[in-house]
Design a protein around this ligand. Structure first.
Ligand code: FES
Length: 161
């Protein structure tokens, strides 16, 4: 029987890693990964988790051909803007009953939720809405109408436009 000569081992060759050391290295890698993911999670925390709400003030150009008494509702807003001989005014389209968005019609507004009706000036024509639609602050500057949805003004407040 012949025996193979052992390969010459140089002092510069790395020592083989024993099995127990492999387990130790694995647990170190797992701990490092856990710390990395925890750090990434913490970095993500300070960011806002919700979208910012749009500003209550906005500017819009009224259509040149907006007939008197007809509502102009800007896209994405709950406001109806009117223009007549006395000026420009804005009425909220949030129903005063339970907060549904009312739809403009020929007589004024109609709530699709429980059937309340409002005149074009916001007065209640038919319940159950308890109060008129609020009028909102309007200003006209350079042909643009600025509406502040956060500021209620007395009914009948119109701005020359
Ligand atoms: S929410 Fe408009 S009538 Fe009820």
């Amino acid at each position: 029987m012949t025996t193979k000569p052992k390969a010459a081992v140089s002092r510069l060759d790395p020592e083989p890693v024993p099995r127990r050391d492999w387990l130790g290295l694995g647990s170190l890698w797992a701990m490092g990964g856990a710390l990395l993911f925890a750090t990434l999670g913490m970095l993500k925390l300070p960011k806002a988790a919700v979208l910012a709400s749009p500003s209550k003030k906005f500017r819009v150009a009224l259509p040149e051909t907006l007939p008197v008494g007809e509502a102009f509702v800007p896209a994405g807003r709950s406001v109806a803007i009117f223009k007549d001989a006395e000026g420009v005014f804005a009425v909220s389209t949030i129903c005063t009953h339970l907060g549904c968005v009312v739809k403009p019609n020929a007589e004024g507004f109609e709530c699709p939720c429980h059937g309340s009706r409002f005149h074009a000036n916001g007065e209640v024509a038919k319940g159950p809405a308890p109060r008129p639609l609020p009028w909102l602050k309007v200003s006209v500057n350079g042909g643009l109408v600025q509406v502040d949805e956060g500021t209620v003004v007395p009914q009948g407040t119109k701005v020359a436009g």
